[in-house]
Design a protein around this ligand. Structure first.
Ligand code: IVH
Length: 690
């Protein structure tokens, strides 16, 4: 290759053309086809050569020059990966008593009095990943996402040297899961570098790890030092291990980093000692941990225990005590939530609590405020535990300023002025303004587009608020007419001129198009997401899933709610009377029905099909258990039935398919007989589920 100083202008021009083509080809191969065409060193060499020639002949810089591309962002977003085996989270406990309760629960479920061994593992504060190997070759990496669908981070994971690209003597399909993290030292160094370059720094190592891993340009990931620990598995074609301990041996053999502080404990005393010991060395570990994870060591027992909606029954996270700090309350104000609840919030003198800057804390409710006697101007202890909103623990009375002012809890909504009423047995005071209260309407919109609901990323909180205030979006149904109203036609002011969002400050054609694209992708929605998005009081993601499983399609569910069919609702295992009342009430409100009707003109709610298990004799069937079972506990029997695709109900009705009777079965068995429902024994049940 010719020295740059010797190039003629003609040669330089030709070479720049060649470099532009080669580098563009390399980008497509790398970013779009996951099939690199140049190795990294060669790619960098060509990029530098291009820069050097341009430096000498600035007049030859091409419009499509590789030097103009920032990080070659070819993909518009991550592609999605659906997890063949869901990525679960863990239940949290904060005290030894709760750990004991958890272990008791496990023993009760398994009907055993013997000690159970647990693997105790530091809980790494990072970002979970799943890495899939087919015939020993790493083929796909994913983030957890919502547990069912994650983002494709294959290229990003490839840049982490600790992740083996090839493994030997592995099952044909093997998904290894664990945590990607940034060490404390790498985090400090990265932030220092950013600070020097006047870039925004990261709040903590976890954010830095997330920001580095979820980069469309994997080259950026490669520049950041990320590390990982492996700790569990997803889909596997052949499970070679019988205990968690043995699984770690395989991981080590295959070359995955395994935390050196994982320890097998044989009873609660050993768990406790280990917890205290790790807490002692916590600050000297090179990475952040926020507690310990306990997992039943035997895989056979894990399988018997199975899962709740989002968490396994066989594992729990024992979190370290919350971190605390002392600061001052500058002001107390009221926040109005989606369901109208008035929540007092403290504005604090910003303070660093265990590595995170905290400037607000929740004061929960009226009674809590009185009980703790919290006043404006007080010096207080605040604490932060995990991802929860910081709380005020107590007032430091020695430091009470005589000027500190008591807060008068309003009896009117500070946003819309409507009466705020506190029902007799409720702790919260609620605004009665309903959807005419802007705070409630905005919070409902925010909930509607949130991650577990419609998940429309382009509609952030600030945009929703602005759009609401400008009467562009007043309710969820308006989202789906936005594009039509923008084009011309009718806006909400009926000017007939259209909204023309692209003319708004901060918007342009491209961002408006992207927003419409994001909205249009959500015109088809799953049933659990849709139910959750409605924002019914007490109905979270787990309940929404339960409802979807029991009603299968939205019309069934809505008709029953409108007809106040509470009996059927409360018969569902996991739904109580107060929740049922909230659901029925939601559907008695004409405004809610009106919005649902409008929504359904623009979107399709998919039927819920429980695909994982439509091949067992119990799939879709409703089962009732009665009497004392002998071979297993009631809890285990219920879990087995659900695992086989059945719905478990607490009462016998015409919809019941099987009644499983144990010893001393009473009225339920009689009723089943009257209704002519199949009555089966525990043994029959076990053979049905195989
Ligand atoms: S096991 C079914 N083990 O904690 C079991 N999780 O709060 C699923 N985590 O999503 C997880 N260290 O991101 C497991 N040793 C460990 C862990 C760990 C950190 C994270 C993980 C998980 C979250 C649950």
């Amino acid at each position: 290759m010719k020295n740059i100083t010797e190039l003629t202008i003609e040669e330089a021009k030709n070479e720049l053309e060649y470099l532009a083509q080669e580098l563009a080809k390399a980008d497509v191969a790398y970013y779009q086809n996951d099939d690199p065409y140049l190795n990294d060193a060669e790619y960098d060499r060509l990029k530098h050569r291009n820069l050097d020639i341009e430096a000498r002949f600035p007049e030859l810089i091409r419009a499509d020059s590789p030097s103009k591309k920032v990080g070659a962002k070819v993909k518009s977003g991550f592609s999605k990966v659906s997890h063949s085996f869901p990525m679960l989270s863990l239940g949290d406990v904060f005290s030894l008593e709760e750990v004991e309760d958890f272990i008791m629960g496990v023993k009760r479920f398994l009907n055993t009095a013997e000690d159970i061994s647990f693997m105790s593992e530091p809980k790494i504060d990072g970002l979970s990943f799943s890495a899939r190997y087919e015939n020993g070759v790493f083929v796909r990496g994913a983030t957890r996402g919502d547990g069912t669908t994650g983002e494709d981070i294959t290229e990003n994971l490839k840049t982490i040297k600790q992740l083996p690209q090839k493994i030997e003597n592995a099952p044909a399909v093997l998904e290894i899961r664990g945590e990607v993290y940034m060490s404390k030292a790498d985090f400090l160094e990265l932030n220092e570098r950013y600070e020097q370059n006047n870039k925004k720094t990261f709040a903590n190592p976890r954010n830095a790890a997330a920001g580095s891993l979820r980069q469309l340009d994997a080259k950026i990931t490669a520049e950041r030092n990320l590390s990982l620990f492996a700790y569990t598995w997803g889909e596997v074609s052949e499970k070679l291990w019988t205990t968690q301990e043995e699984f770690f041996e395989y991981l080590k053999k295959w070359g995955f980093p395994v935390n050196p502080n994982n320890k097998l404990c044989h009873n609660i005393k050993e768990l406790e000692d280990n917890f205290n010991q790790i807490m002692q060395i916590r600050s000297s570990l090179p990475y952040d941990i926020d507690g310990m994870v306990y997992k039943v060591n035997s895989i056979a027992l894990q399988e018997r225990l199975g899962f709740l909606t989002r968490t396994p029954r066989w594992a729990i996270a024992h979190k370290f005590p919350a971190e605390q700090a002392i600061t001052k309350i500058n002001n107390i104000r009221i926040q109005v939530g989606r369901t109208g609840a008035l929540t007092p919030v403290a504005d604090l003198e910003p303070i660093n609590v265990g590595g995170v800057i905290v400037s607000h804390a929740t004061l929960h409710n009226e009674d809590e405020l009185k009980r703790k006697d919290i006043r404006i101007g007080d010096t207080v202890i605040v604490q932060r535990a995990g991802d929860v909103i910081p709380q005020v623990v107590q007032v430091v009375l020695d430091k009470r300023n005589p000027e500190a002012k008591e807060f008068e809890f309003p009896h009117n909504c500070p946003i819309c002025g409507a009466h705020a009423i506190r029902e007799e047995d409720e702790a919260v005071r609620r605004c009665t303004g309903g959807l005419s209260c802007p705070a409630q309407a905005i919070e409902r919109l925010i909930h509607f587009v949130s991650r577990d609901a419609f998940d429309i990323a382009g509609l952030g909180n600030k945009i929703i608020e602005d759009f609401y205030n400008e009467k562009i979006l007043m309710n969820p149904a308006d989202i789906f007419t936005l594009e039509e109203r923008n084009q011309g036609g009718d806006d909400l002011f009926s000017t007939g001129n259209g909204l023309h969002l692209e003319r708004k400050e901060g918007w342009g054609k491209k961002s408006v198009d992207n927003l419409f694209k994001a909205i249009n992708e959500k015109r088809k929605i799953s049933l659990p997401r849709f139910i959750y998005a409605l924002g019914i009081r007490q109905v979270g993601t787990a309940t929404s899933l339960l409802l979807a499983k029991n009603y299968n399609n939205f019309t069934n569910f809505m008709n029953d709610m409108v007809a106040k069919e509470t009996a059927k609702l409360v018969a569902i295992d996991g739904i109580g009377a107060s929740m049922a009342t909230d659901m029925v009430e939601f559907f008695q409100e004409p405004h809610n029905l009106d919005i649902i009707k409008k929504l359904l003109q623009h979107i399709a709610v998919e039927e819920f099909i429980d695909t994982s298990r439509n091949d067992t004799p119990l799939s879709g069937k409703t089962v009732v258990f009665t009497g004392t079972l002998e071979k297993m506990t009631r809890a285990e029997a219920k879990a087995m039935a659900q695992k086989a695709g059945a719905k478990v109900s607490g009462s016998v009705s015409a919809n019941t398919d099987y009644v499983v009777i144990g010893a001393e079965a009473g009225s339920k068995a009689t009723k089943a007989k009257e209704l002519g429902i199949s009555i089966i024994s525990e043994i029959d049940f076990m053979s049905l589920i195989g």
